[in-house]
Design a protein around this ligand. Structure first.
Ligand code: AMP
Ligand code: ZN
Length: 155
């Protein structure tokens, strides 16, 4: 199912099914039913180490309320999410002596999302760590302007 359809469907449901929350691996971590290597938390968000790191120190940040992706991410009442991410990322970089980091989020299966509970990845990066970045595409004549118009029209 596409991300858009996913979100429309979710909005049309009065609440996320209890089934999804009960079975969700990250909700289980939040409830303490399965362990995690917690690194930081507040009332609304939790940060812990990814069990299969892209580089060692790879951390995940999740909202404590179950949601699927960025488009239905809860509006935090108290947490400044950017500050939360910066705090965790700075500690990861310092602890790993990284040269940089990637902040990433996979939204939808096509984008590589496997766990259906929204999460941000903080991946420490090292000069020449061998990770290859995404290849780039070229727009044909006028295609970029067309795309710009289409997106602007939806905002
Ligand atoms: P994504 O492909 O964006 O859905 O990424 C899900 C991430 O969650 C992967 O990098 C997994 O290694 C990680 N993961 C899955 N289960 C656990 C777990 N129990 N504890 C920590 N990380 C996990
Ligand atoms: Zn969940």
């Amino acid at each position: 199912m596409s991300l858009e359809k996913d979100c429309v469907q979710q909005k049309s449901e009065s609440k996320i099914s209890e089934h999804a929350i009960k079975d969700c691996i990250f909700c289980k971590i939040i409830r303490g039913e399965i362990p995690c290597s917690k690194i930081y938390e507040d009332k609304e968000f939790l940060a812990f180490l990814d069990i299969k790191p892209i580089n060692k120190g790879h951390a995940l940040i999740i909202p404590k309320i179950h949601c699927k992706n960025l488009l239905d991410f809860p509006k935090s009442e108290e947490t400044d999410l950017v500050e939360f991410i910066k705090k965790v990322a700075a500690a990861v970089v310092k602890a790993t002596n990284a040269d940089g980091f990637n902040l990433g989020m996979n939204n939808g299966g096509a984008a590589g999302q496997i766990v259906q509970h929204a999460h941000f990845h903080i991946i420490p990066r090292f000069d020449n760590d061998g990770l290859i970045s995404w290849p780039h595409k070229e727009y044909s004549e006028g295609e970029m302007q067309e795309m710009q118009k289409k997106i602007v029209g939806l905002l």
